[in-house]
Design a protein around this ligand. Structure first.
Ligand code: IPM
Ligand code: MG
Length: 362
């Protein structure tokens, strides 16, 4: 049966990078017989401009109906003055919440070809392969009460609430333990249990869940220390599980370890393993429309989609190999360029991946 994939290019560099990922999907369809139908819809600032809302009903309906969603990026300076309730980011948060995508998988893998692109010493990052499992539909991002209110004194006060139920903590920890069981057998749960009651509960639940996984070693770390350890000795981590906001921050930090945020894909999964897939970088308005953005994170997000939502691991490996091949050929977009490599644009990079895919089809 044909798989239904919804493409949401979004804003900024989104449309450029997503176009390259679509080329890759088309190549898999043409050369390797992958059955898929592609739909496209608006999200973020471009949806606001067209429909007055960053997550139009039609987009949400398609997202519910499709097997998987591929998203480029949302946001840009032109939409910053809008009220927070209709800003582009609300489109993304709405999709996460409406589809119940509570488990956000953010791998940080250092490609050996890019060891020199990291700002850290090669020996600190060589061979890095860690996975951040970020809770994505709860915590301070969604907690209530929230907002800005005016006190009796006339002064305004801003409020956000960090809240997690035991079941929310338990299900994200299970995802982390299950994944650790398939890789390095270690989970580090990151919290701020010394200060925040909510994450004291987080630690307690993580520990309880851990007893169901005797083969997986569980450790706990405060988030401030985790940020330091990530840049001091990142290879000590296998799977990191943490709250929505801590995961947001630590995953940017982990991304930089690999040299370029332009290389990292992500998956956001719900209980049925339906997923939304997106590069972890943003819409990069400064380079939008110039044809220089790195499409590899989006192309690698397609690989994650094939693995986690479409049950096509062989196609996923094909894409990952093709990406590695183009890096071996010395092709680099500007963000990962180095001496002795050839700098190419977005479309050239996408075409090179497609050629590598075709070459391996024989
Ligand atoms: C991310 C982004 C989003 C987040 C923004 C764009 C809402 O930073 O996916 O990490 O904060 O979750
Ligand atoms: Mg972020």
């Amino acid at each position: 049966m044909s798989k239904q994939i919804l493409i949401l290019p979004g804003d900024g560099i989104g449309p450029e990078i997503v176009a390259e990922a679509v080329k890759v999907l088309m190549c898999l369809r043409a050369e390797y017989g992958l059955h898929l139908d592609i739909y496209e819809a608006l999200v973020g600032g471009s949806a606001y401009d067209e429909h007055g809302h960053p997550l139009p009903e039609e987009t949400l309906r398609l997202a519910h109906d499709c097997d998987a969603v591929l998203l480029g990026a949302v946001g840009g300076p032109q939409w910053e003055p809008l009220h927070i309730s209709v800003r582009p980011e609300k489109g993304l948060l709405g999709l996460r919440s409406e589809l119940g995508l509570f488990a956000n998988l953010r791998p940080a893998i250092l490609y050996p070809q890019l060891a020199a692109a990291s700002t850290l010493k090669p020996e600190v990052v060589a061979g890095l392969d860690l996975l951040i499992v970020r809770e994505l539909t709860g915590g301070i991002y969604f907690g209530r009460p929230r907002g800005v209110e005016t006190l009796a004194s006339g002064e305004r006060q801003g409020i956000n609430t960090l809240v997690y139920t035991e079941s929310e903590i338990e299900r994200i920890c299970r995802v982390a333990f299950d994944l650790a069981g398939k890789r390095g057998n270690r989970v580090c749960s990151v919290d701020k249990a010394n200060v925040l009651e909510c994450t004291e509960l987080w630690r307690e639940v993580a520990t309880r869940v851990g007893t169901d996984y005797p083969d997986v070693e569980l450790s706990h770390m405060y988030v401030d220390n985790a940020a330091m350890q990530l840049v001091r000795a990142p290879k000590q981590f296998d799977v990191v599980v943490t709250t929505n906001m801590f995961g947001d921050i630590l995953s940017d930090c982990a991304a930089q370890l690999t040299g370029s945020i332009g290389m990292l894909p992500s998956a956001s999964l719900n209980a049925e393993e339906k997923g939304m897939y997106e590069p972890i970088h943003g819409s990069a308005p400064d380079i939008a429309g110039k044809g220089v953005a790195n499409p590899l994170a989006t192309i690698l997000s397609v690989a994650m989609m094939l693995r986690y939502s479409l049950d096509e691991p062989t196609h996923a490996e094909r894409i990952e190999r093709a990406v590695s091949d183009v890096l071996d050929q010395g092709l680099r977009t500007a963000d990962i360029a180095a001496a002795g490599t050839q700098t190419v644009g977005t479309a050239q990079m996408g075409d090179a991946v497609v050629s590598a895919l075709r070459a391996s089809a024989g």
